[in-house]
Structures are given as C-alpha cells and as structure tokens.
Ligand binder design. Structure first.
Ligand code: HEC
Ligand code: HEC
Length: 334
C-alpha cells in the first residue's frame, strides 16, 4: 500500500507525474493542435514595427485590462462583425523567439474595451498618441493609466514631424517645447492600428453571433443597428470632437458654433467627413471617414451636428453627399 505520509520518494514521484500530466494536457497538447491552424487567405502578417509594438503591449501589461476576443454571444457584437476564429490569431501567436512562447493576448478582463478591431474603430495615430500620453485628454472619465513616460519634451527647433499635438495648458509646457513620441510609443500605436478584424466581405462570415431571443421569440440582431445621427456621431466622431461637440482644446476643434458645420452650404462639411482634413497647425489631422460610412450615415451625422448643441442649419440633401462622393472617387481614379 502506498503510504504518502511515510514514503517521501513516492510522494515526490506522484507529484511529478501529476505535474507532467497537467503540463501535457494544458500546455503541450494545445500547442500541437495550434500547429494545424492556417492563416485566413488574404490576411496580412505583422510588420517588423507592429511586432515590436506587440512586445510593448505585452511588457506594459495592456492585457490586464483589454481583451482581444469577440465571443460568440450577442453582447460582443459591438466589438466585431463576427465572432473570433482561431485563425484570426495566426500571426500574432507565432513564437516570439526560441526562448519565448507566443504571448497570449486574448485576455480575460475587460476593464477597457475589447481591442480586436480597434484599428478600424480608431484609425487616427494622433488620437492614439494623445490617448496614451494621457487618456483623460480625450476620454474625460477614463480610468486607463497614462503612459507619458513613452514621450519626452523637446525643443521645437529640433523636431517637428513626430511632435504630438497637445493642449499646452495641460502639459505646462513652455511655448518653445513640444512633446515627442518615443519609438516605443510609435511602435505600440502601429500595432494598435494593425488590430483590424479580417472581414469576409464577399462571403458570408464563417460564424454568426448566437442571438439572444427576445420575449416574442424574434432575434434582436440587425434590428437594433443604430442608424440615427446621434449614435453614429457617438461611434465615429465623439472620440475626437467629444459627445458635447466642444472638442479638445489644442487637438480637436469644436463643432459647436463651427462656421463649417453651420454653413448654409454643407459641401465643406461633407468633404471633410469623406476625405479628412488637415488645414491648421494647431490641430492634429482628421482621418478620412468616407469608406466607413454610407451616404445615409453621413447625412444622419451631418444633420445631427447641424441641429445639436445650439447649432442651427438646414438638413443636408442626400443627393449632395452622393454627388460629392462620386466627384471625389472620379478625381482619384483619373
Ligand atoms: C487599468 C486598466 C487599463 C490598462 C492597464 C490599460 N487600459 Fe486601455 N483602456 C482602459 C479603459 C477603462 C478604457 C476606456 C476609456 C478610454 O478610452 O480611455 C481604455 C481604452 C483604451 C483604448 C481605446 C479603446 C476604444 O475602443 O476607444 C485603447 C486603444 C487602449 N485603451 C489601449 C491600451 C494600451 C495600448 C494599453 C497598454 C499600454 C492599455 N490600454 C492599458 C483601461 C486600461
Ligand atoms: C481622429 C480624430 C477625429 C475624428 C474621429 C473626427 N475628427 Fe473631425 N477633425 C479632427 C481634427 C484634428 C480636425 C481639425 C483639422 C485641421 O483643422 O487641421 C477636425 C475638423 C473637423 C471639422 C472642421 C471644424 C471647423 O470648424 O474647423 C469638422 C466639421 C469635422 N471635423 C467633423 C467631423 C465629423 C462629422 C466626424 C465624424 C464623422 C469627425 N469630424 C471625426 C479630428 C477628428
């Protein structure tokens, strides 16, 4: 009879066998199963810079608060167009080097939003840098820590291109100083921008969300899509111009009282949404949003902006938007 109270050799042996069995079951077998996964055809590999960014994401512990998995339940459908597949992780899960296992970035805590598709949701480098420098500059009540050590102050005469557009009042900088992002910060942002859920545009997605049934047995998916202006504004513009339309001083201009927004002729406003805007030194760059928004979406957003926060301008005819989009696409293809 095995008496573990007296038999120390067998005690150690038993502990070792249990340890080995668990390691094989929990770590080694799944790693072998992963070997079979293929990348989705057409999926992009990470560039060298994005891969460095991934290491920084790991070393800064961003995974403690952010997931990168869209679960197959309806409440996750705001984080991607479809639930995540094993192959989605193909490139980010390759071994980092011979000594280090591929990092597990799926995460289990969602203190902050899921980042599976953050590259599509927020494509602006300026926004990401500002947010890393101090999240409270762009999201008032954010509890995300600031990563300002990834930036340094510098004399304007040395740099210009990598300078981050920051509200001066908050950083207590001298006029001659600018804040410059370190290579680490730029790499991290490159990685964040690369996080875009691969879309199966031409085909049906391989998996659909399991929809929750409502009381009368109808599924809720699809019908709940926010099509009205306030929701679209919230999702596409408020990160920078803020829900209040007041912007962020020194980084993103206010839309409240803006001449462009209130102009009787809405063409400039529509063009800015379609192709982006970079007119003034004191503000960052607004990315083009035309590809993410339909003409109806843009009409809803424009009408919302022209009738909120005390702004007062007539509705935008849908034809104007269609015409401007066509003329812009034609210009490009010439
Ligand atoms: C203590 C928890 C915490 C940590 C650690 C953390 N974040 Fe966040 N993060 C949040 C919260 C909360 C939000 C939502 C509020 C906001 O946007 O600032 C957020 C928002 C974000 C967003 C915007 C997401 C969106 O959908 O708008 C990005 C991008 C982001 N974090 C990246 C990072 C990166 C990169 C790191 C590591 C360098 C990191 N976070 C570390 C809590 C955290
Ligand atoms: C990533 C940040 C960002 C997002 C998102 C964004 N903007 Fe902008 N927007 C800017 C910046 C920066 C400027 C100023 C550019 C300049 O003047 O150089 C600007 C300028 C504008 C202006 C000109 C305002 C004025 O009076 O000068 C309008 C109008 C505008 N944006 C509308 C929108 C709308 C509508 C959306 C959503 C569909 C949107 N923006 C989303 C950053 C953003």
């Amino acid at each position: 009879m095995l008496n573990l109270h007296k038999d120390h050799k067998n005690l150690v042996l038993l502990a070792f066998v249990v340890f080995a069995a668990l390691s094989i079951g929990v770590a080694i077998m799944p790693a072998y199963q992963m070997e079979e996964y293929q990348p989705i055809p057409g999926m992009k590999d990470l560039t060298a810079q994005e891969r460095r960014g991934l290491s920084i994401y790991v070393s800064e512990g961003c995974v403690a608060c952010h997931t990168q998995q869209v679960r197959n339940i309806e409440m996750d459908n705001i984080w991607g167009d479809r639930p995540s597949l094993a192959s989605d992780y193909y490139y980010s899960k390759q071994r980092m080097d011979i000594w280090r296992q591929s990092p597990s970035l799926l995460g289990s805590e969602r203190t902050g939003p899921d980042l599976t598709d953050i590259g599509n949701r927020q494509p602006s480098q300026d926004w990401h840098l500002l947010h890393l420098y101090n999240p409270r500059l762009v999201v008032e009540a954010s509890v995300m820590p600031q990563y300002s050590w990834m930036f340094h102050k510098s004399d304007t005469s040395y740099v210009d291109s990598d300078a981050v557009t920051l509200p001066r009042s908050i950083t207590q900088m001298k006029d001659s100083e600018v804040v410059v992002a370190s290579q680490d910060a730029l790499d991290l942002v490159a990685y964040l921008k690369s996080l875009q859920q691969f879309s199966f545009e031409d085909n049906e997605p391989p998996m659909n969300f399991i929809p929750a049934l409502s009381k009368d047995g109808e599924t809720a998916i699809g019908g709940s899509k926010k099509s009205e202006g306030a929701g679209l504004y919230q999702n596409n513009c408020a990160a920078c111009h803020q829900v209040t339309g007041r912007g962020v001083k020194g980084a993103f201009p206010p839309l409240v009282g803006s001449i462009i927004v209130n102009d009787q002729n809405p063409e400039m406003l529509i063009k800015i949404i379609l192709v982006g805007y970079d007119a003034r030194e004191e503000y960052g760059v607004m990315p083009a949003l035309g590809e993410n928004l339909t003409d109806e979406d843009i009409k809803a957003i424009a009408d919302h902006e022209r009738s909120s926060w005390g702004n007062n301008a007539p509705e935008v005819p849908l034809e104007t938007i269609t015409r401007l989009r066509d003329s812009i696409t034609n210009d490009r293809t010439l």
